[in-house]
Ligand binder design. Sequence first.
Ligand code: AMP
Ligand code: MG
Length: 335
Amino acid sequence: MKRLLPLFTLLFVLVTFGQNSNRHTSVKKVLKLMGSRFEITVVAPNEEIAYVNIDEAVMEIKRIEKLISSWDLDSETSEINRFAGIRPVKVSPEVFALIERSMKIAEITSGAFDITYASMDKIWRFDGSMNRFPTEEEVKLSIVKVGHEKIKLNAKASTVFLPERGMKIGFGAIGKGYAADKAKELLVKKEVLGGVINAGGDLTTWGTKETKERWTVGITNPLDKEKVFSWLPVVESSVATSGNYERFFHYEGKKYTHIIDPRTGYPTTGTRSVTVFAKKAELCDALATAVFVMGRDSGIHMVNQLDGVEVVVIDDDNKVHKSSGIIFNKTEEMN
Ligand code: AMP
Ligand code: MG
């Protein structure tokens, strides 16, 4: 049985706000990591402890960034890519395991999530400079190096081999979630009551607020990014949103967004935002991207088969669709 995720409205948050006096303090630090805005919130017995813990979380995230970033030429990811078509590359057990999990998610999502997306030719531009639609041939050619099933893993030797020159992997759709999970893993063991690691929209929580309330997340109203249209509790679990409200182009009456289907080479259409709920931020992150690619119906259908995973999809008409475990207390349609 899937666990039901009841939805609590803003009212719930206001009603419970201010309950309980507390001896803990909540500290939030905002900083740029992994090319994104991170917010780290820690609830600790005092400010000093909170800051020490936040610093440790930051160090952990920077360590992961160095390991997997595609921008860092010394990262293991860059080394794997550099030796594509040449030879297997020995990697840390951590990166090996991340690749293994990424390949499993690629299987579950029938390739909608695929770390080899990174070799796709950049034939689509979302900065307003597209003056013609690429030809079918160009689109086909853009994805010839893509294919998670081509990656060769050797667990014994801890090596990864991309067998074709020009193949590339990238953790853009899973790395931030992974970093959030790892930072949380570190802090859970510490002298803190709770916290939130928000890695550019992929977030994970543990414990409670200083008021002993549970953490809630608001789903952004795609029509107005400053507004939240509904709140959901996130207890010892994670949420990630994929969405793009700015980077898209119109062609013959259709709207194309910047997330490209690695199986077809075409940009996705029809979806405005996807929010995934699950235990681990890593899975949320990857599945949010995957559901975006799969589209509303296939995406929700897939999530309905997965235990402990839920999804809310907002389509281009601002209609809200959800997996079977999400319960809205009131109609949340936006017009
Ligand atoms: P997200 O914001 O989590 O949806 O991730 C988007 C980023 O993931 C993009 O900027 C790319 O770096 C990467 N990406 C795009 N499409 C895919 C895909 N189909 N599979 C895996 N990663 C992708
Ligand atoms: Mg993602």
